[in-house]
Every structure is written in C-alpha cells, then in structure tokens.
Design a protein around this ligand. Structure first.
Ligand code: ACO
Length: 326
C-alpha cells in the first residue's frame, strides 16, 4: 500500500563566526581546558556576537537548505522553529524568519519549545502534517543563542553551551510504505514533567518578567539523559520495524561526550557509526541534531540512502527519537 512520507530533500546550518575555546573561557571563569574537555568532550563552541540573533542563524541555515533542495521560498508552505531562545517573546521566531525570507502570506508559522528535543518534536509536527496531506514542503529549523541565557560567572553551566542553527526541508513523497523506502520512517516523542525543575531557566515572562539563566542539577541530568537517549533510539527503531544492525549512523543530542559514549555502549553501537560534533559545537540544544545532520551530509559522511537514527533529551524532561533514510 502506498503512503505519503516526508523526505529530507535539503539541509543547511549556520554557526556564529565567533569561536570561544576552553582556554578563552578560562580567562572568564575559574576553569581549564583539561577540566572541560575531560568532563564534557567540548573543546570550543560558537557564540553570537552583539547584534546577532537566533533568527539570523535560522535564515542562513534555511537558505542553505533551500539551495541544497533546489527549492525557493515560494515552495515552502509551513515554517516551524524549535528554540528556547526566540528573538522576541512573541511573535514566534518562525514568523521573524518568514518576514526576513519573504515567505508568502498564508503560510503557517510557529515555534516549538521542547528544549534539546525541539528538533525531534518539530519534525513530528511537520511529518504528521505532510502525512495528512496538509502541506507539501516544510521548513524545519532548530536554532539557539544559548549564550544569552547562560550566567557567564557560573562555571558549572557557561562552559557547556553554544549557539547556531540547523535546518531541513521536509517534502511530501508518495512511497510504498516499507522500511526500505527513503524518508522519515518513524518518530517517537516523550515527556516527564516531574523533572521540571531539574533543568530550567530560573526566570520567565509570567513568573518575573525576565528570561533568566540556565539552572540545572548536572548530575541528575547526566543520569537521566542516558536511558532517555537509549529509549529514543530503541522506540523509534521498533516503530519502524528496524534494529540497530540496520543503521548506518547514530546522531545523539550533543550535550556531553561522556553521555554519548555511555549511550553508545548501552546500545552496543560501534563508535564509528556515532556522529559527534559536541567537541566543536558544545551543546546547542534544539540546534544540535540538525546541525550535526547538515554538517555530516555536507562533508559527505552521510550519503543518500543511509539509514540514520537520532535521539534527543532535554528540559521538561522531553526526549524522543526518529529514524530517517536520507
Ligand atoms: N571548571 C572547573 N571545575 C568545575 C567546573 C568547571 N567548568 N564546573 C564545575 N566544576 C567543579 C565543581 O565545582 C566541583 O567542585 P567541588 O568538588 O570542589 O565541589 C567539581 O568540579 C566536580 O563537579 P561535578 O558537578 O561533580 O562534575 P561532574 O563530573 O558531574 O560534571 C557536568 C559536571 C559536566 C555538568 C556533568 O554533570 C554533566 O555533563 N551533566 C549533564 C548536564 C548537561 O549536559 N546539561 C546540558 C543540558 S541538558 C541536555 O542537553 C541533555
């Protein structure tokens, strides 16, 4: 039986030009390259300059994705941006992207806040709309300027995060409905709100009219991230009736190299199949998976036909996984 599937027909990314190394950070807070790299695997991260906003990175990533897809803004009929660092409290960053790109009137635009799982959540929404025949081409973006919500005097958090955006164009395509087809084969998303305070902004618009700083119980996040990332992989593979033996690549949320290593070990995935960008991106939250995907497609690592499983975990807690044949 044939069915409509979303193909990822183009990807793009954008990173701020400014790079902050661990040595640079050691001049800001009491830390060292040795501490940061051994505890997190992070060596450098990109950080927005004054006057650069989340929407700027979205727009650059979107332009690259459109060019790679051979499409124009006229073809886009849905814009969704996953972010916890919007330009304005409202309207959405998706609306800002639409304004800058010149997306035509009538095209729906919205943001999703699912923290580090934002891209997987946004993909679920876009994929469902495509499957229902409501849209044909969706612009799906994960983007952050986390540097604006970290306390640069707190060494526990400021060393972990980075800025940037990744974008993908999802396009409707009639398929046979088999797991050998190209396109998005499955997506699973989850949340458990009992961990609301474990990782959060310490302020908020309705709470105290501020955006606040990242606050987290690092050890608890670390502990919970491992089973959540594992569940994202296992549940999405199961839904697609595939196993780990079938996959070519695993893209985990890029929070910490030690978390990624533990997840790969638990899943018994060979290290050579695990794509790691946390060393030069840091944790870019909703941007981390699409950034790694777009970079790996651009470098030629991920090729057409490759089977990729991705899993994410973040504040909420939220987590999830998706399986895509590129
Ligand atoms: N430089 C030097 N020392 C530091 C730094 C730093 N940047 N940060 C903390 N320390 C110190 C602490 O103060 C502590 O000192 P003390 O023993 O004198 O009190 C010591 O290092 C050890 O601190 P721990 O918290 O025990 O270090 P741990 O090994 O747990 O690593 C880390 C901390 C890296 C934050 C880890 O818990 C972690 O990665 N957790 C996951 C958090 C995460 O990834 N959050 C991102 C958002 S969530 C997500 O994306 C899934």
């Amino acid at each position: 039986m044939s069915q409509i599937r979303s193909h990822i027909v183009g990807t793009g990314y954008s990173l701020p030009a400014k790079i902050l190394t661990n040595d640079d950070l050691s001049k800001i807070v009491e830390t060292s390259d040795e501490w940061i790299s051994t505890r997190t695997g992070i060596r450098s991260r990109h950080v927005a300059n004054d006057g650069e906003y989340t929407s700027d990175f979205c727009v650059k990533a979107a332009k690259m994705a459109l060019a790679n897809a051979g499409l124009t803004v006229e073809d886009i009929d849905f814009v969704i941006v996953a972010t916890v660092t919007p330009d304005n409290t409202f309207p959405s960053t998706a609306a800002k992207v639409g304004k800058i790109l010149g997306i035509r009137s009538g095209v729906a635009a919205m943001d999703v806040n699912a923290a580090c799982s934002g891209f997987v959540y946004a993909s679920q929404i876009a994929d469902n709309m495509i499957r229902l025949g409501q849209i044909k081409n969706a612009l799906v973006i994960g983007a952050e300027t986390l540097s604006r919500i970290v306390d640069w005097t707190d060494r526990n958090t400021c060393v972990l995060f980075g800025d940037g955006a990744g974008a993908a164009i999802f396009q409707a395509s009639e398929e046979q409905g088999k797991n050998t087809d190209r396109g998005i084969l499955s997506i699973k998303i989850f949340a458990d709100a009992s961990h609301y305070e474990t990782l959060c902004s310490d302020s908020g618009v309705s709470f105290n009219q501020k955006s606040g700083f990242v606050h987290m119980d690092g050890k608890e996040v670390f502990k919970m991230a491992i089973p959540s990332l594992v569940e994202g992989v296992e549940s999405s593979l199961k839904l697609a009736d595939l196993t780990l033996k079938d996959i070519d690549w695993y893209i985990p949320h890029q929070a910490n190299a030690r978390i990624i290593d533990s997840v790969a070990k638990k899943l018994e995935i060979d290290d050579s199949k695990v794509l790691v960008t946390v060393d030069h991106h840091g944790n870019t939250s909703a941007a981390s998976i699409p950034l790694a995907l777009a970079e790996s497609i651009e470098s030629g690592k991920i090729k057409k036909g490759d089977l990729v499983v991705m899993s994410s975990m973040g504040a909420g807690f939220t987590w999830g996984g998706m399986v895509v044949r590129i």
